[in-house]
Design a protein around this ligand. Sequence first.
Ligand SMILES: [Zn+2]
Length: 445
Amino acid sequence: MTQQPSPFAPNDSSFRDDVVRMTRELIRIDSTNFGANRARGEREAAEYCAAIMSSLEMNPEIMESEPGRATVIGRFPGWDTSAPPLILHGHLDVVPADADEWSVDPFGAELIDDMIWGRGAVDMKGMNAMILAVLQHLHRTGQRPRRELIVCFFADEEAGGNYGAQWWVRERPELFADATDSISEVGGFSADIEGQRAYLLQTAEKGIAWLNLTSVGAPGHGSGVHPDNAVTRLAGAIERIGRHEWPLQYTKTTRDLMEQVAEIMGVDFNQDDPEPQLKALGAASRFVGSTLRNSSNPTGLTAGYKHNVIPGKASATVDARVLPGDDEHVLQTLRDLAGEGVEIDVEHQQPSIEVPFSGDLVDLMVDSIRQEDPDAVVLPFMMSGGTDNNALSRLGITGYGFMPLRLPADLDFPALFHGIDERIPVASLTFGCRTLYRILEPGTR
Ligand SMILES: [Zn+2]
């Protein structure tokens, strides 16, 4: 350790112009990801970030998994050379936006009522801009973060990261060498719990199991007496799976969250009835509700080709979302529900993750929030979907979802993810920059 932390606390004007400009410029690069390796604009977005990273002497590298599927990565030196690097990461792609449904151009990045409107404002070009604006401020003022930073902006997060984080973790694990933990989306936003502002720090993600079900039977003429019908068999399996009521099941994260919400409400938590706590969480319950149990939703059915022909085969797809440590149990339950004569194959599986709501980095995140918003509390939560932290977890990297945003109490933030009229308040972005800056424990050079 050669340098000392600086107590210097920046204000909004240290970041405002940069974070607003970069958020808008990134939104104007249409980097829509349609899935199945169909995407556009990631290369341009990567070049945009790389140009800024170059100006910060970060030696960015743009890497493509497939033509156009660009990811950019660079390092920013820290002042404590004995500390392991910290990864800050975002994704460059966005989900599609249908302009007809929007009240503004989804790629226009208009500034209306002190909010930036556009696809990616919250998911997650705003956070990318926050990261870059904080690094720019450090560089401009001759400061360094305590820990060396590995900064990555990945392709393809919105389609599971096969051409982004998952690819680079598999093909170039040395890029992330020595890093012990990472910070990215989705947690960190504020929620109003009966008048108490709480920031939800994401410490867990449900796992994903995309399943293919296949039933076989005897093919035959549609006019016959035919007990061995693949369609009937599959329909029964899908009905049982779709109607299955998964029991409430708490993990360390969700129990902690529910108990702390109950405490804020001044009541005891009744684990058989989480509804009062979900109600108190308001809009955030959209994220939290489905993390209290496993789920298995049928999403597709395929069988047959002619009215009077009984096909020998029928197939279906099921999207199962699995709580930490429950993969085997869920698969076995689904096999039992499917019954005889229906095969279940796993097409895509992403493990759940759950990391402790404790330790130095968590303390830093909590303290940084408290310094910027002294009356707030910070609570752990689990995401029902996956993020790129999942790919990094394969390297043993502890990932947190922490995109610090102080939001107006009446903004339905979870609905803005992949939603229509996605937008972000400028004041939330500058709050995020101030908080991220603190987490990095800057020191003067
Ligand atoms: Zn995202």
